[in-house]
Design a protein around this ligand. Structure first.
Ligand code: IMP
Ligand code: MG
Length: 177
């Protein structure tokens, strides 16, 4: 495969600044929480989750889950849980951390699942919001950036499992026809 250099959409500095703002809001909102459970949605959220949690001066637990949406372009995918959380969700204030909300199918399923398991509260923090692509309503409580409908990579996001290690979010030039 040819490896192109993506065009920078959000620089590492911009992401860092915005992450600090989100962390400040989260700190304020969860100051009185008895048990904050931060759940990263694998794999795309890993870079964002690490940077975000380092800025959170709060007692918290961290766990992960991995979901996959199977479907074609005409039908909403069926969401499967490939890796579930290890820690108990009941009674916890759950903060899901996601790289990007696209159609919203993955997150709406995962959010409902956490409520069903008896979380005390469930909120969502997403670095990127591709709002124009939404097919299912999802409330993003902490949103990094709203972006146009481009395929983006870097800062955890991949194309065929590549580019996750880029320190910025970029657009693949092949996407810009
Ligand atoms: P959806 O909101 O259920 O459609 O799916 C969201 C998931 O699709 C994200 O967690 C990403 O893993 C992936 N995804 C959506 N848009 C992009 C993109 O532009 N680049 C890389 N991954 C994406
Ligand atoms: Mg993802």
């Amino acid at each position: 495969m040819s490896i192109e250099k993506p065009r920078i959409l959000l620089s590492a500095e911009e992401i860092d600044r915005r992450t600090a703002e989100l962390a400040a809001a989260i700190e304020r909102d969860y100051a009185d929480s008895e048990r904050l459970l931060v759940i990263g949605v694998l794999k795309g959220s890993i870079v964002f989750l690490v940077d975000l949690m380092k800025k959170l001066d709060l007692p918290l637990q961290v766990d992960f889950l991995q979901a996959a949406s199977y479907g074609d372009s005409t039908e909403p995918g069926e969401v499967h849980i490939l890796k579930d959380v290890d820690l108990p969700v009941r009674g916890a204030d759950v903060l899901l951390v996601e790289d990007i909300v696209d159609t919203g199918h993955t997150l709406s399923t995962v959010l409902r699942m956490m409520s069903f398991r008896g979380a005390r509260s469930v909120k969502l923090c997403a670095l990127l919001d591709k709002e124009a692509r939404r097919e299912t309503e999802v409330t993003i409580d902490y949103r990094g950036f709203t972006i146009d409908d481009h395929f983006v990579v870097g800062y955890g996001l991949d194309y065929a499992e590549r580019y996750r290690n880029l320190p910025y979010v970029g657009i693949l030039e092949a996407d810009e026809t």
